[in-house]
Design a protein around this ligand. Structure first.
Ligand SMILES: [Mg+2]
Length: 326
């Protein structure tokens, strides 16, 4: 799509009226006005919602979510191949202070079970958790395809398992990172994964969060020299990861296995899902599942659990119609 310049006709609060109006997604490489630098745009036809952000070159406008979803489900209903890609924590399951008790929202297992049983859709869960950690919480039998540890592990529905395979040097560095946190007396906050170590602070007060963040960064910074490991912050903690794979890698791998006409969506909530949103853009629907808006590469936002359950029900109903027509 060709970049275009858009002008602001008038503004009321954070609502800007555009001239000329438009009714299609437009990617912009320039801002709405030199008077308004550092703005990110979420637009609906002739209106734009503006929010402060430093990501200036990424200004873009998206179609009204209702229209976009209606068109998406129309195509889904006549598709030959459908793939539903889902993040777990914060998307299918609400966050819990005790991360081992983060089970799906009520109704999620039922609707995903129906979708899987009907056989009209390939369901793939892509999580930052290890597959071993995730399966009992997901609680769907037989389980769908699962990618764990941000795309490092893959478990197929038939039980075929592709382990992380990170190499000896990276494994040693992760051992050291884990020991450092345990030596600080923070073992219960530390989670070792096949290709990373996480330091969790969900449920801690702000002072404790700051303390954990400082301890994590101080102990792990030197392990990131030369790019051997990378340090990222997620919703509720800090994670030291082996670079080279992320959720975008998992999404791209699955997309490469599909026909050109497959209908695909990725649903996620966290910063780590932005890699997946970017990987699916132009090839499928990127959906942010979150109560609040934020700067994102996703095209649609759903507030969980209500709008999420509606989306999954709509997916099932539209896909089922095709099966029944055959
Ligand atoms: Mg998440």
């Amino acid at each position: 799509m060709k970049p275009t310049t858009i002008g602001i006709n008038r503004m009321y609060g954070d609502l800007a009226y555009l001239w000329p109006p438009f009714d299609a997604p437009i990617a912009c490489d320039r801002g709405p006005s030199p008077m308004l630098p550092s703005l990110v745009i979420k637009g609906f036809h002739d209106r734009l919602l503006l929010s402060a952000s430093s990501s200036w070159p990424r200004v873009r406008v998206v179609m009204d979510a209702t229209d976009l979803l209606r068109k998406f489900f129309e195509r889904l209903a006549i598709a030959d191949e459908r793939v539903l890609l889902l993040d777990y924590d914060g998307t299918l399951a609400p966050f819990q202070v005790d991360r081992d008790s983060a089970v799906p929202y009520p109704g999620i297992r039922t609707i995903l079970g129906r979708i899987l049983e009907a056989g009209h859709t390939r369901v793939v869960v892509i999580s930052g958790r290890s597959t071993e950690d995730l399966l009992p919480l997901l609680g769907i039998k037989p389980h769908p395809e699962v990618w764990g540890t941000h795309g490092w592990e893959r478990l197929m529905p038939d039980g075929t398992y592709f382990p992380a395979g990170i190499g000896a040097a990276a494994a040693e560095a992760l051992d050291e990172a884990q020991r450092a946190i345990e030596d600080e007396g923070l073992g219960p906050h530390c989670e070792r994964k096949p290709a990373g170590v996480a330091l969790h602070w969900r449920g801690s007060d702000p002072a404790q969060v700051e303390r954990l963040r400082e301890i994590g960064r101080a102990n792990w910074r030197h392990l990131c020299r030369d790019g051997a490991l990378v340090l990222t912050e997620f919703d509720g903690g800090l994670e030291l990861r082996v670079p080279g794979k992320d959720k975008g890698h998992a999404v791209s791998t699955v997309l490469d296995e599909l026909s050109e006409t497959a209908i695909v969506a990725y649903l996620g909530d966290d910063q780590t899902d932005e890699d997946a949103f970017k990987a699916i853009r132009g090839k499928g629907l990127a959906v942010l599942v979150r109560s609040e808006n934020r700067d994102t590469a996703a095209e649609v936002r759903l507030t969980p659990p209500g709008e999420l359950i509606d989306f999954l029900n709509r997916w099932h109903e539209n896909a089922r119609m095709t099966i029944e027509r055959r």
